[in-house]
Structures are given as C-alpha cells and as structure tokens.
Design a protein around this ligand. Structure first.
Ligand SMILES: C[S@@+](CC[C@H](N)C(=O)[O-])C[C@H]1O[C@@H](n2cnc3c(N)ncnc32)[C@H](O)[C@@H]1O
Length: 234
C-alpha cells in the first residue's frame, strides 16, 4: 500500500506527537492518557456485555504505541501487534512498549491472515484519504478471523468541541472527518456487520461532576468521540 503523505506527516510529528496533542486537547482539561484509558474501558465494557475475550489483538495505526499495552492489560489478552505507516513512530513504540507479548511493525512488515480476534483503531481513518480507506480497511479485515471484532474509534464531526480541538492540532490540518453513518457504510462495505455505535466524552474536566450521565446517554450523538463496534462477516 503506497501511503507516502500520512507516513511523512506522522514521521515528522513522531517526536513531538505527545506535546502537539497535549496542547490541542488542553481545553478539555484532560490528558491524552485520560481519553485512551476511557476508550479502552468502554471497549472492555462492550466486550463483557458480548461475552467476548479476545486473545490476539491488532492496534491499527498505533502511532507511538501507547494504547497497545493498555488494551493488552485491560482485555487480558495474550498478544498484541501495533502497526502503522510511520516508521519513526514505531521506533518510539518499540523502545517504550515492545515485549514478549507486544510487537510493532510497519504495515509492509505485518503479516497476519485471519489470526486476530480483535482490532482497534483510534483517530486513524480521518488521516486516510477517502479513496484509500477501503484498502486500509481490507488490511484490518484480512488480519481478523471471521467473527473477529473491530473497535473503530473516530472523532465526531457532529461535536463543536471536537472541531475546535482539531483546529488547534497541527497534524489534523489535512484530516477529513467521518460521520458515524459514513464510518458504518465503509465498515459494511468492507465485510463487517455493525453491532453498536456509542458516543463518549461529553463533559470537559471542569464539568466532570456531570460525567455519570455519560453512561446513560451514550446512544445520543453528544460525545466528542464515537466507537463503531463491528464484527467481520466476510
Ligand atoms: C492521530 S494518530 C493516532 C495514533 C494512535 N491510534 C493513538 O490513538 O494514539 C494517527 C495514526 O494513524 C497512522 N496512519 C495514518 N494512515 C495510516 C494507514 N493507512 N495505515 C496505518 N496507519 C496509518 C499515522 O501514522 C498515525 O500514527
């Protein structure tokens, strides 16, 4: 797959990714770790409800790899692969998080055919030009076994807060956001059955007293991010 634009962009930001993102999300009053932990906890809740315990995980577009160990620990899985187009981001990921159970590879190096039980991605597809998304999704599909799940997280274009944060983020300048219906259509066409769509992260830290409400209104399109949880059917 030839994806020079995203590779160059995230190679350029590999070292400063953390700081650039921290500055962009500062108005939320929360850290990058808060959002990553929240996504993983929500996924765990969804998997528990569906009685799913994935053994092998794929973190697609893992960047500097920070979420991969969180997924492995929270889901009590056996192994995880983090893959990305940015070799420089993967260098950082390997140094910090590679282990006997976690490996990081470029999408060129990665080889897994129908072996993975669960794939996860966050904030990746808005960086992939629309014409290249089906090909990227085919890679995820090919790595999953039939029946395997895909936890697809994106920033919600229906949230003004999300749009504001992304306008502050240098590496989001060329991003083309996906609405939930666009994401679901992409996933359906890519061989997935949609299980659920949930919206998360409504309130900033200053209004955290209201966050309990978020667990009751997750079906409403109020959150700054959303997850489409889907299952590979072909
Ligand atoms: C905003 S970062 C998110 C990183 C990570 N998922 C996280 O939540 O911290 C987007 C990542 O997607 C990667 N990416 C962009 N296009 C990709 C593609 N076609 N295949 C795999 N990764 C890609 C970028 O290199 C970058 O690391």
């Amino acid at each position: 797959m030839a994806l020079p634009a995203q590779k160059d962009l995230f190679d350029q930001y590999a070292v400063s990714y953390d700081e650039t993102l921290a500055n962009a999300i500062a108005p939320s009053g929360e850290s990058r770790e808060f959002f990553a932990a929240g996504r993983v906890a929500w996924l765990k809740r969804c998997l528990d409800e569906a009685n799913q315990t994935p053994r092998a995980l794929l973190d697609f577009g893992c960047g500097d790899g920070a979420t991969t160990p969180l997924l492995l620990a929270a889901l009590r899985s056996e192994s995880a692969a983090g893959i990305d187009v940015s070799a420089k981001s993967l260098e950082i990921a390997r140094k910090q998080y590679a282990s006997a159970r976690i490996r990081y590879e470029t999408i060129g190096e990665f080889q897994a055919f129908a072996q993975m039980d669960l794939a996860y991605c966050n904030g990746v597809f808005h960086h992939i030009p629309p014409a290249q998304r089906a090909e990227a999704l085919a890679l995820v599909n090919g790595a999953l076994r039939v029946g395997g799940l895909f936890s697809f997280w994106e920033n919600s274009p229906w949230s003004l807060a999300t749009r504001y944060v992304m306008s502050r983020c240098a590496f989001d300048r060329d991003a083309i956001m996906l609405t939930p219906p666009e994401a679901r259509a992409l996933l359906r066409n890519g061989g997935f059955e949609i299980l659920r769509t949930d919206f998360r992260f409504i309130f900033p830290r200053a209004l955290r007293a209201f966050r309990k409400i978020e667990d009751f209104v997750y079906r409403l399109p109020l959150g700054t991010q959303y997850q489409v949880l889907c299952r590979k059917v072909r």
